[in-house]
Design a protein around this ligand. Structure first.
Ligand SMILES: NC(=O)c1ccc[n+]([C@@H]2O[C@H](COP(=O)([O-])OP(=O)(O)OC[C@H]3O[C@@H](n4cnc5c(N)ncnc54)[C@H](OP(=O)(O)O)[C@@H]3O)[C@@H](O)[C@H]2O)c1
Length: 220
């Protein structure tokens, strides 16, 4: 029996719940401890799942080769990036496609304009046309490819869909020691999740000297 992939979400939030700060998106919130965690999670992921809004806003780069470390002197290939997009509105000339060691997987539907899908395919993307972009469909496709450890890097729309589908197994939440105020959204947005809310258990936490709190929650 094929099991659904395990989903770990990694997000950073300000103390007052903002998911972005200034014009730098989540980078305006990230701290050294958060970046170290982010890199470590990428190292162990089977695939990185990310929404097109984040790719566009944060100008996502392609996948870099894994650097050897004392614990892992001969690292395997890095995990591919899988981008969820209903519109296929991604720049075929972006570093996501032009500067990468592994072509990105673009998860879209037949409703996306064919010329955009074809341009991404021509630029090297592995364009997958799915019947819909519901979490079960996305995760089913990744599982079918043997990609069972999914690291979701957001953004809020994609995470909101995963939360609503009760598909988040772990959350790595960084609380950055800043107050942002303003209209910024929170880490998950979109459809209302089932009642009662999904309970999560604190599996670990680390406080950095700069006041960053790294929280690790798993399904209760
Ligand atoms: N604080 C953090 O940890 C963090 C993490 C990531 C992102 N962010 C920030 O969040 C902002 C982007 O927010 P966002 O909500 O737009 O991000 P997003 O979830 O990455 O992107 C939303 C877009 O992704 C596609 N998409 C995602 N899930 C979908 C689904 N289930 N069905 C169909 N399409 C889906 C759609 O693309 P199309 O429009 O192409 O159809 C949608 O417009 C940026 O400012 C970024 O910096 C913050």
């Amino acid at each position: 029996m094929q099991t659904s992939p395990r989903v770990t979400a990694v997000m950073v939030s300000s103390l007052d719940g903002a998911v972005v700060a200034g014009g730098a998106g989540s980078r305006g919130l990230s701290t050294p401890a958060d970046r170290t965690l982010f890199r470590a999670l990428r190292r162990s992921a089977g695939v990185v799942l990310v929404g097109a809004g984040t790719v566009r806003d944060e100008d996502y780069r392609g996948v870099r080769p894994r650097r050897p470390t004392p614990d892992d002197p001969e690292p395997g290939p890095p995990p591919p990036l899988a981008v969820v997009t209903g519109s296929a509105d991604l720049d075929p000339g972006a570093a996501l496609l032009t500067d990468t060691v592994t072509p990105p997987i673009v998860l879209t539907t037949g409703a996306a304009p064919a010329r955009r899908r074809e341009a991404l395919q021509a630029a090297g993307a592995d364009v997958v046309v799915l019947p819909d972009l519901a979490p079960a469909t996305l995760l089913g496709e990744l599982g079918r490819r043997g990609l069972h450890d999914v690291l979701c890097e957001g953004g809020p729309t994609l995470l909101g869909a995963l939360v609503a589908a009760d598909a988040v197994d772990e959350l790595r939440l960084t609380l950055a020691p800043v107050l942002v105020g303003g209209p910024a959204g929170r880490i998950a947005a979109g459809p209302v999740a089932a009642e009662p809310p999904r309970g999560m258990r604190l599996a670990g936490h680390t406080a950095d000297d700069d006041g960053t709190l790294l929280l690790h929650y798993v399904r209760a």
